[in-house]
Ligand binder design. Sequence first.
Ligand code: MN
Length: 223
Amino acid sequence: MYCPCALKRYFNHYSYATLEEFILIEYKLPELPYSYDALEPYIDEKTLRLHHDKHHQGYVNGLNSTLKSLKVSREKGDHSDIRKLKRNLAFHGSGVVLHNLYWEGLCPEKESKEPESGAFLEQVKTDFGTLIAFKKEMSEATKAVEGSGWGVLAWEPLGKRLIVFQAENHQNLTIWGVIPIFVIDAWEHAYYLKYQNRRADYVDNVWNIVNWREIENKFNTVK
Ligand code: MN
């Protein structure tokens, strides 16, 4: 489901030499898959230049510098800035991923053709009824985002369905597209009966009961 080849297809326009190089060295601003005036008159050239060259570049720069700061913290063993750095990681990382998706999801008007058949359309019909109904729901969701944010069409792999939702801002302390391989539940219901308000004690104790073999399995599946 999440093999690297699928991820390469996911960001299909961008000419990373390899996905590994893209991840290991540093994030780069991808070139647009069309010219700056290609979306006229619906999105003007000036907006596209500003949005891509300044805003998207800003997320790329922010993500790279945050990763460098995290490396320094890790090396010093000093995580006193962890909340700020993890917020920045989520903010810039999500900005990078979502803008990649945004550019790839658009094209010049003459190339924009609604699907008349195929697996995607069939799934849309299953989950939304019709393509028109999907477009309406996606439009309304996007228009109604409170403050800054995104309208999102996503595949939900547990239920195997397409869903539309709103992302307020865009970070919410994660980077879109990441694949979780291990989690620690920090909701009170996970520890309150035994630990009451001592969440830190619970977290420290979790490390005594981790299934490292399963984490390795999941890592080997997704890397
Ligand atoms: Mn933007």
